[in-house]
Design a protein around this ligand. Structure first.
Ligand code: FAD
Length: 332
């Protein structure tokens, strides 16, 4: 993934899309059709596949990674959590990723799994295990590097507004996170992908802080802002609460009058998220600017934002540019 970014001209932009594994085969089949359409029309630089807490979606995540990487030839990044995961499951996921040709892992700590989902996937007898070997994301980064050397390109999570565990909402403090982000990076991370945010100033401050950090570790590393298109007012409120992202008053003022009308909310959301993209595009970057979209497996709103912000890559004759070979940009 970082090779593909490095092959882009410095002043270019790219984007990636996140998908989660559906629960049913019908869901998979619908998503596959959508993925085919989105990848051929929008041409993301890469896609990511989420991983359920504690491995509760392990086989479905790998099935979706197989569709993305192998069947559709998309550069795929598999999310992988480590807390409450048996080492066996981590090993299996990494081996399976290799077999599928997946070269990118977003290494995460994760949170406690929801018991029902976990049991469905892993059976009750595994439930007790919480592997103390994996307490933080850095443990997973180190583990992957130790076991697999440079085979995987590794991403880690960053939090423009500070990370917060739900049970410790007051702990949200960006400055406290930075030393841990430095450690994760030094342990072998190649890029940072951020938590969703709607406060552009907070993101730009975060990026500036990292770029200028005296350690120098973030100087030219891809830092990819995570953006969630707005689908409706209730989901926005819920997601912002879960991810501890601030909803700026100006955004709420625009959304509040139309909050009961989903189509109007989507319209305001497209305007608002496009403005975030445009503002970030304006800010100087030492490396090509990427944007990551948490799609929630939906197509329409993200497509409008990508069109509006001219992020869709031009169509190219050589289809291999969609796969793992270096991309061709603007026909060059
Ligand atoms: P860490 O890097 O371990 O950090 C967690 C917290 O602990 C931070 O506050 C950090 O400052 C602190 N910390 C780190 N190391 C130490 C230490 N040694 N001592 C003390 N404090 C420390 N979750 C999923 O379950 N599945 C997904 O697919 C998924 N995808 C995500 C994608 C993105 C882009 C992001 C931003 C998050 C995603 N998450 C996902 C959520 C993530 O798992 C949670 O936010 C989790 O609570 C923290 O994970 P982390 O990797 O940031 O943890």
């Amino acid at each position: 993934l970082t090779d593909k970014v490095a092959a882009l001209p410095n002043d270019s932009t790219y984007f990636s899309l996140e998908f989660f594994p559906p629960k049913t085969q019908i869901g998979f089949s619908n998503l596959q059709t959508r993925l085919e359409r989105m990848s051929s029309v929008l041409r993301p630089l890469f896609v990511t596949v989420t991983w359920g807490a504690g491995g509760c979606t392990s086989s479905r995540s790998l099935e979706l990674a197989e569709i993305c990487q192998r069947q559709l030839g998309l550069t795929t990044c598999l999310h992988l959590t480590c807390t409450n995961m048996k080492r066996r499951l981590v090993d299996q996921a990494l081996e399976e990723a290799k077999v599928l040709g997946v070269r990118n892992i977003l290494a995460l700590r994760g949170d406690a799994p929801r018991t029902e989902e976990y049991r469905e996937e892993n059976g009750a007898e595994d439930e007790e295990d919480s592997n103390e070997e994996f307490t933080w994301a850095i443990d997973l980064v180190r583990y992957i590097r130790r076991k697999h050397g440079d085979y995987f390109c590794i991403g880690v999570a960053g939090y423009p507004e500070g990370h917060s565990d739900q049970s410790h909402a007051l702990d949200q403090d960006l400055v406290k996170d930075i030393p841990h982000l430095i450690d994760k990076t030094k342990a072998g991370a190649d890029f940072i992908m951020t938590q969703l945010f709607y406060d552009t100033d907070a993101y730009l401050k975060f990026e500036k802080l990292l770029r200028g950090h005296e350690s120098g570790v973030f100087k030219s590393m891809p830092i990819i802002p995570g953006l969630m298109p707005i689908q409706n007012y209730t989901t926005l409120q819920r997601t912002a609460k879960l991810s501890h992202a601030k909803l700026p008053p100006q955004l709420l003022e625009r959304l509040h009058p139309v909050r009961g009308d989903d189509e109007a909310v989507k319209g305001v959301g497209v305007d608002a998220v496009s403005e975030i993209v445009e503002t970030i595009k304006e800010a100087k970057s030492p490396v090509p600017r990427g944007f990551h979209f948490f799609t929630l497996n939906l197509e329409k709103v993200v497509t409008e934002i990508l069109d509006r912000c001219q992020l869709v890559q031009p169509e190219i004759a050589d289809e291999s540019a969609l796969s793992d070979s270096p991309p061709v940009v603007n026909g060059i």
